[in-house]
Design a protein around this ligand. Sequence first.
Ligand code: GLY
Length: 436
Amino acid sequence: MRVLLIGSGAREHAIAEALAKNSQTVLFSYLKSKNPGIMPLSKSCEIGNYSDLGKIKAFAAKIKPDFAFIGPEEPLGNGVVDLLNSLEINTIGPTKSLARLETSKSFARNLLEKHKIEGNPKFKIFNKSSISRAKGFLSELGQCVVKPDGLTGGKGVKVQGDHFKTKKEALDYCFEILKTHPSVVVEEKFEGEEFSLQCLTDGKTVIATPPVQDHKRAFDDDKGPNTGGMGSYSCENHLLPFITKKDVDKGIEITQKVAAAIFRETGEFYRGVMYAGLIATKQGVKLVEYNARFGDPEAMNVLPLMETDFAEVCNAMIGQTLDRIKIKFSNKATVCKYLVPNGYPGNPAKNQKVEIGKIPNGARIYYAAVEQKDGGIYTASSRAVACLGIAGSMENAEKIAEEAANSVKGKLFHRKDIGTKKLIGKRVRHMQELLK
Ligand code: GLY
């Protein structure tokens, strides 16, 4: 089974590892940089940009894969799936039009509204000709969130109370966004605890992987600037300490309705990952946003736990037979901690040597924005190495992840609090306060 994987981050390293567990898989990888984890798992690799559609097409035509898996949002937004489909290559990942679920914040909000699917906040979309009405709408909201209507690497969304204080600042940010984006989404702010529900779908059936909580802020105790995600955890009971099974079921129900609405709206089945960014609030589970791919780091929490053959799951997504398989995950806790270059995210120390020491039992290392060269591994400008601890309890998974993170040497830092009793306790108390 020849598989083309596109993407060169830690998420794609985890995808490559999961696919390679099947001894029939022969992996070919298209990478933006020489990822030291993906390369040894691949029969051959091509290095290129995600926007170089000619290069991707030539590589795919040469290797003739049975299917392709697209890891990151950038190639999805560039229409790589449409390109591969034109070569009659089956692909896991939505076409450019369906990837709007992630690439256009207004598409997702409008879809939920039109199809009367629960989970939306109060929201309005403004462009240059309607922005004069934004001031009035902002005054109707309690606290607000301002989102550029496009991809921003998770760093363009600004939240009142976290990134700015007043409605005047919100309006100023709307004007700033309109200089670079066609529109801006203004929403009511939800108060609650966020979680990621990564669902696999063939367009008809939706299957959830265990819920995960990510940590966006750069420093311990949720301080510092927003990042792509500094680490994440999942629990052995496949819930999180601040949500119930009913909350997870609500997230699945919303996603099933969205998958059906996408088909009704476009006539196309969505094949791939629908990652629902959800929030548990006093009013129930709400939708923060959708992503059209696995989360990074959240992929590392769920793929290593998958007991069902992932290549078989991918074939079921392509053949629309997900309803006929049962996807099993082991009942283990996971904690993932990202090592990032000193100065990240604003001014990361680039081109610095990273040395991996002795990895403890139960830990796994996933390579992200690092490059193999001159006989060593060097940082680029983003998250460098993800350390995953897997164990029967959260306490042990955290200890293992922390030990693994401390074994990696270089001009790097990580959050020591992810997966700790103290931080999880804070999340639980926050939820209890809200539900009072
Ligand atoms: N962990 C956030 C994301 O993958 O977008």
